[in-house]
Write a new protein. Structure first.
Lengths: 246, 247
């Protein structure tokens, strides 16, 4: 049975490009379920495909003490959506390092719902967007801490660079906390390149345009520093950046 | 080689340099000492062209060119290097990529051939080795996770790779333990002690000057050079303090 087609009234679909999604909805409708057993660990790298519309819906269940690290690049030419629902049992750890890179009229979005069920879980979500033209890049991240999930440590860091006046970044970290001994941090910035980094690079001989291109690369590539094999996603991100930074 | 004439500079309309005049001939090392807030770092940043540091009066000529008319990257290509007091972290970009692109950008603007990846790695390894830095660190993102001392040593590795004509070192000695201080001092002498090169060494303390003997020592206070002398002036300052020495 296919899930009902979403509407913009649903918060998690608010910024979605539903017109582009409709023709392909049937093939994507059901999420994929991934379970990481107690004490086990998972590392995945999600690269963009060549399709105009790309939708990845994953439900990730982490058992006691399990760890999962997801490295993702969302860079569809028309509409890309990464949707991730995560549940963490006691002492589980979840990390997401993801980027939206978009140009033209594209919409790319990362939508997460991280549920801390057990005690002492840790989640860290780091999302970077580089947008140009009239592109839209969004992060909607909900963190739920259940009543018994004390000592939860949840962190969301969202930063976007807009290279054009027409580009749009949406950042919406959302917290729902039912435990009293937790640490939930979130920060979101939309801005420009760091002036001191630019000056440092220029003082070494890079002209302003090259310094900017290099720093944008670093802004995104810093996400993959912890991946065991970062090269495929670095290469894909460099390609995507070349289309965006002209 | 570097001629600073009556230099006045402001940051956000606040005057910091109030008429600095200084001449560093080729082949010489000059030290600038002075208390906190005297304008030492501002002078370094003005020479390198940091945005927001406005020159309101005076000028700087570097090898008979108007230094202040050049953009920061043009100053680098002309052979000026600034060793930062607080080297900047750039996540996501390896030191090797950063320095290779920088060096090749300099070489292009001087009309020189670019270095191949292989030649560059050879040069970088050699310079890291000479400064006692593990060359593997150059594969890491620029200054990320480096200790204070490692950052300063990495600045000197950069200087070795760029091989500038003139270097301004802004408190390169701070954060260094005694072994690092010795190897950084030796690096400065090896890279910069030459008849056609010059050094402006900004420091609080005498200790780096034990390893890099200056030809001249200048005391900067309230944005002006208040006193100049030979190497013995640094020892006098160390002994008696700034207030006494310029009284």
């Amino acid at each position: 049975m296919t899930a009902p087609f979403p509407t913009h009234k649903q918060e998690e679909w608010r910024y979605a490009d539903l017109d582009s999604l409709r023709p392909v909805w049937e093939q994507f409708a059901e999420p994929v379920t991934v379970t990481v057993g107690a004490g086990e660990s998972l590392e995945e790298v999600w690269l963009p495909a060549a399709d105009d519309v790309q939708l990845r819906r994953v439900q990730l269940a982490l058992g006691e003490g399990a760890t999962a690290r997801i490295f993702a690049l969302n860079s569809a030419p028309v509409y890309g959506r990464i949707e991730l629902e995560v549940s963490l049992a006691e002492a589980a750890e979840f990390e997401l390092f993801a980027a939206n890179i978009g140009t033209g009229l594209s919409t790319n979005e990362i939508v997460t719902n991280v549920k801390h069920i057990g005690v002492g879980g840790r989640s860290r979500q780091t999302v970077r967007s580089v947008l140009n033209g009239k592109a839209v890049g969004s992060y909607l991240g909900k963190v739920e801490v259940a009543r018994g999930a004390q000592q939860t440590d949840a962190e969301q860091s969202v930063k976007a660079m807009l290279l054009d006046r027409g580009a749009t970044a949406n950042a919406k970290p959302e917290l729902e906390i039912f435990a009293d001994d937790v640490k939930c941090a979130h920060g979101a910035t939309v801005g420009e390149l760091d002036a001191m980094q630019l000056f440092y690079a220029e003082s070494r001989g890079l002209d302003p345009a090259s310094a900017r291109a290099l720093l944008l690369q670093g802004f995104v590539m810093g996400l993959w520093d912890g991946a065991s094999d970062a090269e495929p996603i670095c290469a894909a991100a460099r390609d995507a950046l070349r289309r965006v930074v002209v | 080689m570097l001629e600073i004439t009556n230099l006045h500079a402001t940051i956000a309309d606040k005057p910091i340099l109030n008429g600095v005049s200084l001449h560093v001939p080729a082949g010489e090392v000059h030290a600038i000492m002075g208390p906190n807030g005297s304008g030492k770092s501002t002078l370094a940043y003005v020479l390198a062209g940091r945005p927001g540091y406005e020159v309101s009066e005076g000028g700087v000529s570097f090898e008979d060119r108007d230094l202040l008319a050049m953009e920061p990257h043009e100053r680098a290509a002309a052979g000026l290097f600034l060793g930062f007091q607080y080297p900047v972290e750039i996540p996501g970009i390896s030191y090797l990529q950063f320095l290779r692109e920088s060096l090749n950008s300099q070489r292009r603007s001087r009309g020189e051939a670019e270095l191949s990846a292989g030649d560059f790695i050879k040069l970088a390894r050699e310079q890291a080795g000479l400064l006692g830095m593990d060359a593997e660190m150059l594969k890491r993102p620029v200054n990320v996770g480096f200790s204070g001392g490692e950052k300063k040593r990495a600045e000197m590795v950069q200087m070795g790779i760029m091989s500038p004509r003139f270097t301004v070192l802004d408190e390169t000695d701070s954060g260094l333990d005694i072994d690092a201080l010795k190897s950084v001092g030796a690096g400065i002498n090896r890279i910069m002690r030459a008849p056609d090169k010059g050094v402006l060494l900004i420091t609080h303390y005498q200790r780096l000057l034990d390893y890099v003997e200056p030809d001249r020592v200048h005391v900067l206070q309230a944005g002006r050079i208040e006193r100049s002398g030979g190497p013995e002036l640094a020892r006098e300052l160390e002994r008696e303090g700034y207030a006494e020495a310029v009284a």
